[in-house]
Design a protein around this ligand. Structure first.
Ligand code: ADP
Ligand code: F6P
Length: 470
């Protein structure tokens, strides 16, 4: 069970997520330090937490280690431990080898394993207990993402007085796919413990309501589900980026200088940019394939155009991620080997994570931002790019399968499965006149600036705080 209860300060606002916003990293010489955790969830929740002065409950990224609550970067953090076995079965297993592929259109085959499920239940219970200890009377508890779908129900059983919100950062699959899951009822019942279940898109909320009806025989009206003498609201809240932070970053002279330096270092070639966690949902292979073929066809020449692909290491012990890494690295080698020239590789592939300032400089330097997921709940990289381009330059190539496509209508939208279409779109984006770039960028910026992450959090929490009794 959860340790450290007596030392805990109770909080009116509690966020529960699998990960804390910082990971504990221990160097070879044994010195430990903190590093920002990867992914869109942390990018979105951290600014909200700082302004609400709440408590964040999550895992600190180091197996077996038990840590005391601490403060970091203006946030109060409560670490929840995971044993090495739980990391394997709950995090790498049920979360990332079962739910992740199932919820992303089964791009990779989901693993259905009972030991993984048992660990998922156990770790969810631990998070629920931690939340129950930390939450003040009548507190708002906001549970995040697919790793913790059982927590709403478990927490309600422990603490019926608190108000429970849940937000799913990834897609919610259609009934036909969800049906595969051997534990499908348990997951749905888990989510129905919340007062408000938030999704990125209205379609996901509809999938959820339809499932409640078909699987649990629940009554519903529009997007309200009647369950256990309560109303559970399903709603869409498209997540966004911290526009204020990004604008401040790109206003810094050293960031603009760095962008210039990147351009010079790349020989003033046209820059195509990809920034992703190294994940098979991101369509990295498709975009590199299309880019490589443009050299084969003679539409691009080495030295004139380069692709910079930054890929953050992610979930490295999960088999599908190992396969993906091999595939991408072979592909990069093949394309560079075939089309590069001395001093002019056509792809710069960096398997690493960058700090926010370097990322902003890269966004500023890029002529064409290439975001081609095969399925993505939202994709914050696309919105970050738009938020950074206050010079009204640059073009965004964006997959129709990213949640962001619903808002960024002026992006050059593509079907990443269609390699010819992708090639054509890369060229169109590359050749867009400055006037056309500005016209599109202005319209996309308007959307992102008006719908930033503060508004997302505000809309969700305002809905959660509204009384909705039967
Ligand atoms: P996901 O949540 O699936 O990782 P998103 O695009 O929604 O995808 O969010 C990714 C977040 O991680 C963004 O805030 C992005 O800036 C950050 N990120 C992605 N790749 C890198 C990288 N190589 N270095 C630093 N940050 C990165
Ligand atoms: O938003 C999707 C998400 O899976 C988050 O839940 C997660 O924190 C992030 O991407 C990064 O993944 P991970 O925590 O597995 O490194």
């Amino acid at each position: 069970s959860w340790e450290g209860g007596t030392r805990v300060t109770r909080s009116e606002f509690v966020v529960v997520a699998n990960r804390l916003p910082v990971d504990r990293v221990v160097a070879e010489d044994g010195t430990a330090s903190w590093r920002r955790s990867p992914g869109g969830l942390v990018s979105a929740i951290a600014p909200v937490m700082r302004s609400r002065k709440g408590t964040w409950i999550g895992w600190h990224g180091a197996p077996d280690e038990v840590l005391e609550p601490f403060d970091e970067d203006g946030m109060h953090l409560v670490p929840v431990k995971q044993t090495a076995e739980e990391v394997e079965l709950y995090y790498e297993g049920f979360s990332n080898a079962t739910l992740w592929p199932l919820y992303h259109d089964v791009i990779a085959p989901p693993v259905y394993d009972r030991a993984m499920w048992d660990a998922y239940v156990r770790v969810n219970q631990r998070f629920a207990e931690a939340a129950a200890e930390v939450a003040a009377d009548g507190a708002i508890v906001w549970i995040q993402d697919y790793q913790l779908q059982l927590v709403p129900k478990m927490l309600r059983e422990l603490r019926p007085d608190v108000r429970i919100g849940f937000f799913l950062h990834i897609p919610f699959p259609p009934l036909e796919l969800f049906w595969q899951l051997p534990w499908r009822r348990r997951i749905l019942e888990g989510l129905l413990g919340a007062d408000l279940v938030g999704f990125q898109l209205p379609g996901a909320a509809s999938n959820f309501v339809r499932l409640c009806r078909r699987l649990l025989d629940a009554r519903y009206l529009k997007q309200d589900v009647f369950w256990d003498d309560r109303i559970v609201r399903a709603r869409a809240f498209p997540i966004s980026v911290d526009v204020h932070e990004l604008r401040k970053l790109v206003a810094r002279p050293e960031v603009r200088e760095r962008a210039e330096e990147i351009r010079t270092d790349l020989g003033d070639a046209t820059i195509f940019l990809g920034v992703d966690r190294l994940d098979y949902t991101k369509g990295i292979a498709q975009r590199l394939q299309a880019f490589g073929e443009l050299f084969e066809d003679g539409n691009l020449k080495p030295g004139q155009a380069v692709f910079v692909q930054i890929a953050t290491p992610s979930r490295e012990r999960v088999e599908q991620y190992q396969l993906l890494r091999e595939q991408i690295e072979q592909q990069v080698g093949r394309i560079n080997g075939t089309h590069g020239e001395l001093g002019f590789p056509v792809i710069h592939y960096l398997h690493t994570s960058y700090d926010r300032a370097e990322l902003a400089a890269l966004y500023l330097a890029a002529d064409v931002m290439v975001v081609t997921p095969l399925r993505d709940g939202m994709n914050l990289v696309a919105k970050e790019y738009v938020a950074c381009r206050d010079d009204m330059r640059g073009t965004l190539v964006l997959s129709e399968f990213a949640g962001a496509a619903a808002e960024l209508k002026r992006a050059y939208q593509v079907n990443p499965y269609d390699i010819d279409g992708l090639k054509e779109t890369l060229l169109t984006a590359l050749n867009a006149e400055p006037m056309e770039q500005a016209r599109r960028m202005r319209s996309m910026r308007k959307r992102v600036i008006e719908h930033d992450v503060d508004r997302w959090a505000h809309d969700f929490l305002a809905e959660l705080e509204q009384p909705h009794n039967l």
